[in-house]
Ligand binder design. Structure first.
Ligand code: SF4
Length: 251
């Protein structure tokens, strides 16, 4: 693909010092590697995203793709009925698109475990309330190109509410979460999500101390990985929509 650059040439030098520009226009054709890089990257992301959305639909999930965080916010605010009781899991992605604040600002009841520093009993009560939410918002640690959701949890409330309880679940994920296989998804969590999450919480585990996961050696209370879930098909009694956003979001 080539890019056309239009360049105006001033002919004063050619005409012995004429004051006015004669307005001759030349067109040069230059190859632009930057344009090619963007086009091929956009194609690659779109192709992978479309494949994943199609596979998610085949597995019974409602699913769609939006290009940006802003588009995700706009669409989700349309889809979540005003006045809903909304539960929000520990998800960077939901905060990055600013959905938590937008729902609060329009007056929804938002049960958000990160809203403030709660006592442990309050924390547990909020987590349990998510099972009875109208809408539960979360991300996924990984999504396979054949439409499966991979998650690893410590407590398990997030993965539990993803499969049973809330009347509606929205899983919002950036394109960085898309992987080829279930094994790639588990690898992704152990190499990317868990180390960053443990570090964020101030924990010490092999992945934060040595830079790589050592499941057998990871016997500390800071261990993040207690429960692995693979959601192969939409849970039978949970209305689930997976929103893929064309940006890198979360861990
Ligand atoms: S098992 Fe332990 S070392 Fe491995 S990713 Fe999880 S927290 Fe890190």
């Amino acid at each position: 693909m080539s890019l056309l650059h239009v360049r105006e040439i001033d002919l004063r030098d050619w005409t012995g010092g004429l004051k006015e520009t004669l307005g001759v226009v030349a067109v040069s054709i230059e190859k632009s590697w930057a344009v090619e890089l963007k086009q091929s990257t956009d194609w690659f992301i779109e192709d992978k995203t479309k494949r994943t959305v199609d596979a998610l639909k085949k597995n019974g999930f409602d699913s769609f793709h939006v290009s940006t965080k802003a588009a995700a916010l706009e669409k989700l605010l349309q889809l979540i009925p005003k006045g809903s009781k909304v539960g929000i899991a520990g998800s960077m992605t939901i905060r990055q698109i600013a959905l938590d604040d937008a729902l609060r600002n329009r007056g929804d009841q938002v049960d958000d475990i990160w809203a403030k520093k709660y006592k442990m009993e309050e924390h547990l009560a909020i987590r349990k309330s998510h099972f009875d939410a109208d809408v539960f918002l979360t991300s996924s640690n990984a999504i396979t190109e054949d439409g499966k959701l991979i998650n690893i949890d410590g407590l398990g409330n997030r993965v539990a509410a993803m499969v049973f309880g809330p009347r509606k679940v929205f899983v919002v994920a950036g394109i960085n979460k898309i992987v080829k296989t279930v094994d790639d998804g588990i690898k992704r969590v152990r190499e990317i999500s868990a180390p960053m999450n443990v570090k964020r919480l101030g924990g010490k585990t092999p992945c934060t101390e040595k830079g790589c996961c050592d499941v057998n050696e990871c016997q500390t209370p800071d261990r993040h990985c207690h429960i692995i879930t693979i959601i192969e098909k939409k849970p039978m009694k949970t209305d689930t929509t997976v929103v893929l956003v064309g940006e890198n979001l979360g861990y």
